[in-house]
Design a protein around this ligand. Structure first.
Ligand code: ZN
Length: 49
C-alpha cells in the first residue's frame, strides 16, 4: 500500500484536491449558516391506494 504512507494529503489524492474539497465544505457551511433550517424538515407525503 504505497499510497498510505506517501500521500500526506489523504484521504485526498493531492493538496489541490484537499483545498478544493475543504473550500466546498466551507462554502456549504456559510450557505447553510446564512439560511433558515426550516427546509431541513420536509417530509414527502406519499399515499398508496
Ligand atoms: Zn483528487
Amino acid at each position: 500500500m504505497p499510497w498510505s504512507t506517501e500521500n500526506k494529503y489523504r484521504p485526498f489524492c493531492s493538496e489541490r484536491c484537499k483545498l478544493i474539497d475543504l473550500g466546498q465544505w466551507a462554502t456549504e457551511r456559510y450557505r447553510v449558516a446564512g439560511e433558515s433550517i426550516r427546509d431541513e424538515i420536509e417530509i414527502p407525503v406519499t399515499r398508496e391506494n
